[in-house]
Design a protein around this ligand. Structure first.
Ligand SMILES: [Zn+2]
Length: 347
């Protein structure tokens, strides 16, 4: 009997410490809430940054009978730490499982705060990319090397600003940038410790949580998290509320893979950027846009236009009714990606 009691105590301690490393990471300083939690179903939340802390991508979390599952963990160990802090205001249940929708920095760079008892699930490709050299990937490099310049710009704007409300907003952005630079300095990209290539299902009581790979798209290893009973899908950057970056994408495959998403029976999308939405027509709008980006950029390449010029000239403004497009132009990393894909495929 004594032995049983001792065993129970150890197990309990194990659960308490299962959520995160004990040392608080650098750069968690912020005022107010870092996240706004949008409860879309009982126990299902979409976490969107308020701007008080740099978190960049959205996450979601699912509160089950005995545990919590987190989908994506933001731009830094600090952002993930604060996410867990704020989740604890909703539930004291331990986070046992993290799912990475893909390897990008703004979705998977919080992984390092979770201790070894936490299962971090991602596609096999996501693991490979995070084990590789993610700090040298152009998307991340561009982001992190841009932070000091952004800070300078914010400080200059503050010095020139006379409106107290705008000054206060700029001070928040400055503080978030400074915390983020501290956080990025101690980043150690950490890969998933459980991988899948096609699909995996987690069962928690009566809840079924499907992790589905629907084909190449935004990267070669994006997964979506689909709850068939609740009719909710978390899509990461495979489908956002607006445009999605193309730096590691397969735009032509993406259009087909989105057809697979359409086959799932859901009512609510919790995207990796932007607010939750119910309008499934957005999938079609984005497919049309991607098709036209491919056609337009390919055309410019055939005409011998440089990637830099094509990024300015590619005209997708006909999609502005449904997507956030203000004028001609496509992000340079996306154009470079399409140019590289065309070159690779040339016989
Ligand atoms: Zn991404």
């Amino acid at each position: 009997m004594k032995r049983l009691i001792a065993f129970t105590v150890i197990v309990t301690i194990g659960i308490i410490t299962a959520a995160a490393q004990s040392r608080k990471p650098a750069g968690t300083e912020h005022t107010g809430k870092a996240f706004r939690f949008n409860k879309v179903r009982e126990g299902i939340y979409h976490a969107v940054g308020t701007g008080n802390l740099a978190v960049v991508g959205n996450s979601s979390f699912i509160v089950n009978d005995d545990d919590v599952i987190v989908i994506d963990d933001h731009v830094s160990p600090a952002a993930a730490w604060v996410l867990l802090d704020e989740i604890r205001e909703v539930t004291k249940k331990p986070v046992t499982t993290v799912i990475n929708t893909h390897f990008h920095f703004d979705h998977a760079h919080g992984n390092q705060i979770f201790d070894r008892n936490v299962t971090i699930i991602g596609h096999e490709y996501t693991r490979q990319m995070l084990l590789g050299n993610p700090l040298e990937m152009p998307l991340y490099k561009g982001y992190v090397t841009g932070l000091p310049g952004q800070l300078d710009t914010l400080k200059k704007r503050l010095a020139a600003e006379t409106d107290p409300a705008k000054q206060a907003a700029l001070r928040v952005q400055i503080a978030a940038n400074q915390s983020n630079q501290k956080a990025q300095a101690e980043l150690r990209p950490t890969p998933p410790n459980v991988t899948l290539t096609d699909r995996m299902t987690l069962y928690r009581g009566s809840r079924e949580i499907q992790i589905r790979y629907l084909g190449r798209g935004h990267t070669a290893g994006d997964v979506v998290v689909f709850l068939p009973k609740e009719k909710v899908v978390m899509t990461g950057d495979f489908l956002t509320a607006g445009l999605s970056n193309m730096s590691d994408s397969y735009p032509d495959d993406w259009v087909k893979s989105l057809d697979e998403l359409k086959k799932l029976d859901f009512d609510v999308v919790l995207p990796g950027h932007g607010e939750a939405f119910t309008d499934k027509a957005k999938i079609g709008y984005f497919q049309d846009y991607m098709r036209d980006v491919w056609t337009e950029v390919s055309r410019l390449k055939r005409e011998g236009v440089s990637a830099e010029d094509a990024a300015k000239r590619a005209d997708l403004t006909k999609h502005k009714e449904h997507l956030p497009i203000n004028g001609p132009g496509v992000p340079l990393l996306g154009v470079q990606r399409i140019y590289a894909l065309i070159d690779q495929r040339r016989p």
